[in-house]
Design a protein around this ligand. Structure first.
Ligand code: 13P
Length: 257
């Protein structure tokens, strides 16, 4: 299981449950995904609220296609940081991944790329996989600065890692204007940005590293649009919010590769 976390260039259907679901609902949803026929070459990641992680890890531990993610971790190792959760704590209960730099954390908790990079270091020091989120707000896209914006997010964070460390990162491109709005980036818009991201990684680390990285699209992914988006050359899967809360919808998305 541990090794599978870092396999090169996977097809990934990741759910981000955000701050939703009761414990009972989370267990039911988790079980229905475990019972789902997941295609051979697809990996599923469930991003659960903190209180449910230990139980979900226990439930999922014998399934080699379903992985559990936390939605954040502390930039600190341990100590007097009330309310924070250390990467080591997540590791100690069997969490596989942590989602870092989500736009909601950037927006509501003022997270900078510098802070996000510190969190990445913590997560990687505990052998957690990282799903690093980037993406532009609507004004930035309308001004035509979306590519430059995302590149600057990358250069302030994951492009500061060495080749071995960046090879273990899953990147999620989530245009902020498409999150929870029902507005999806067109397949062409997603492909354009994913291609730019991969080229940016290639320019610094070479083609082998860049071609090994999984880049997910996030923003109003649903059964009706998943296939077309996942079909783009540089789109390796999705990070799904709302539609990951319904087992039928998420089940269909898992089949959309
Ligand atoms: P929605 O799928 O609800 O738009 O959320 C996307 C997201 O933010 C996933 O992290």
């Amino acid at each position: 299981l541990q090794d599978k976390k870092y396999q090169m260039r996977n097809k990934i259907a990741a759910g981000n449950w955000k701050m939703n679901l009761t414990f009972a609902e989370a267990k039911t949803l988790n079980q229905s995904i475990l019972d789902h026929q997941i295609p051979q070459d697809v990996k599923v990641i469930l991003g659960s609220p903190f209180p449910y992680l230990a139980q979900l890890c226990e439930l999922s531990k014998n399934n080699d296609k379903v992985f559990v993610a936390a939605q954040d971790c502390s930039a600190h190792g341990k100590g007097a940081y009330t309310g924070e959760t250390a990467a080591q704590m997540l590791q100690s209960i069997g969490v596989d991944y942590v989602i870092l730099g989500h736009s909601e954390r950037r927006q509501y908790h003022k997270e900078s790329d510098t802070l996000i990079l510190e969190k990445i270091h913590q997560a990687q020091s505990q052998d957690l996989g990282v799903i690093y989120c980037c993406g532009e707000a609507l004004e930035i896209r309308e001004a035509g600065n979306h590519v430059a914006h995302v590149k600057s997010q990358l250069s302030e964070s994951i492009l500061k890692l060495d080749a071995a460390a960046i090879s273990k990162i899953v990147i999620a491109y989530e245009p902020v204007w498409a999150i929870g709005t029902g507005k999806t980036a067109s397949p062409e818009q997603a492909q354009e940005m994913h291609h730019e991201i991969r080229n940016t990684v290639a320019a610094q680390y070479g083609d082998e590293v860049a071609n090994g990285i999984s880049i997910l699209y996030g923003g109003s992914v649903k059964p009706a649009n998943a296939k077309e988006i996942f079909g783009q050359a540089d789109v390796d899967g999705g990070l799904v919010g709302g539609a990951s809360l319904k087992s039928e919808d998420f089940g269909e998305i898992i089949q959309s590769f």
